[in-house]
Design a protein around this ligand. Structure first.
Ligand code: PLP
Ligand code: COI
Length: 346
């Protein structure tokens, strides 16, 4: 195989060897099967095509400095998928089955794990969706669980820790107050696609969603959680309509190691003027520093009512947090919390 330059990769789909899948029919799971075909054959009345009974996860496996492969906190992904499936009232894999299929997917795609020096990683995308045919609005009783992967670089395609701009989404909401924002459902992302297109066309890297009831406090970016540094405090929104990010949870732990105070609370839009450093965080984006956030009455309009600036370089504290988390993931730092699952080749 020709040598791949992983250092030039962005967050995209790149072909790999195999996927692994299993079905739950009438409450019984089939044996997980590896396949080198990436195409699925589904009934066109399957729920997933109509009412979106579908949820997914994102996890990363890293080639460590010591040549060992580490999968970061897959049990947390498994638990979050179970919560998403429960919200959709559909069957789900156990934590053990979820993790085992992730491991088998990595093993089947071993030569696609980007080398340590490249800065890239193997992104795993587990998806769970309803497959039994139906017509009325009903949860799916039968589901398919598939784990696929792709060797990816940074989410933006730019260098790690390069800053990007964001815009507040005032006329498009991502998640209703009592809606599904706290779960990783495909439908939540469908909700954001049009708004993202407008923001991207206007040159913004990220879209920052507000609470849908009052538009006065910050929820999260469309791709990731929001966190800010103010003095010696790590601040992140607490809201049931925000996805509970595994990266953010890990960063809050690491922040305490560094002696930072951690505040998980309602964050008002007006507070943006008081923050020293602002970042998005998540599996795909890791930590992406935000250089400026624009406030516009509408995404489509050209009027900018105010801008909040945080500098063109990643902030000092955010960089420290990044180095610690990446250090754990790549075996450069001690994994004090036992977050990484070591995966052996088959
Ligand atoms: N928020 C949204 C909307 C996301 O899509 C993601 C990505 O998974 C996150 C937050 C971050 O979650 P995690 O750190 O578990 O990847
Ligand atoms: C992830 O970070 O794993 C996600 O699912 C976010 C998505 C925008 C790629």
């Amino acid at each position: 195989m020709a040598k791949i330059d992983y250092s030039q990769r962005s967050f995209s789909y790149y072909p790999t060897n195999a996927i692994i899948s299993a079905k739950c029919i009438d409450g019984v799971w089939t044996e997980p099967e590896l396949s080198d075909s990436f195409e699925l054959s589904l009934h066109c009345f399957a729920g997933v095509f109509h009412y979106a009974p579908s949820c997914f996860e994102g996890a990363k496996a890293f080639m460590g400095v010591d040549g060992k492969v580490r999968l970061f906190r897959p049990d947390e992904n498994a638990k979050r998928m179970i919560n998403s499936a429960k919200y959709l009232d559909m069957p789900y894999p156990s934590v053990e089955m979820f993790v085992d299929m992730c491991v088998k997917c990595i093993q089947a795609n071993w030569e696609h794990i980007p080398p340590y020096e490249s800065g890239a990683s193997l992104y795993l995308r587990p998806v769970l969706f309803g497959i039994n045919p139906g017509l009325g609005i009903k949860s799916s009783k039968d589901v398919m669980f598939v784990v696929m992967c792709s060797g990816v670089g940074t989410y933006s395609g730019a260098k790690s820790l390069s800053t990007g701009t964001a815009v507040l989404s005032r006329n498009y909401d991502r998640a209703a107050t009592h809606g599904s924002g706290g779960y990783k459902l495909g439908a939540n992302y469908a909700q954001s696609l049009h708004a993202y297109n407008i923001a991207h066309d206007a040159g913004y890297r990220e879209l920052l969603f507000l609470d849908s009831a009052t538009h006065t406090h910050i929820e999260e970016f469309g791709s990731s959680n929001f966190f800010a540094i103010k003095g010696d405090t790590y601040i992140t929104p607490d809201s049931s309509s925000v996805l509970p990010s595994i990266t953010n949870k890990s960063l809050r732990t690491v922040a305490k190691e560094f002696g930072l105070k951690v505040e998980r609370r309602m964050v008002m839009v007006d507070e943006l003027a008081t923050f020293d450093e602002v970042n998005s965080c998540g599996t795909a984006v890791v930590i992406t520093p935000i250089s400026r956030i624009d406030d516009k009455p509408t995404l489509e309009g050209s009027e900018i009512t105010r801008s909040f600036s945080y500098g063109e370089e990643c902030g000092e504290i955010s960089r420290k947090l990044y180095n610690r988390i990446i250090g754990i993931q790549k075996g450069l730092e001690e994994d004090t919390y036992g977050w990484c699952l070591f995966v052996e080749p088959k």
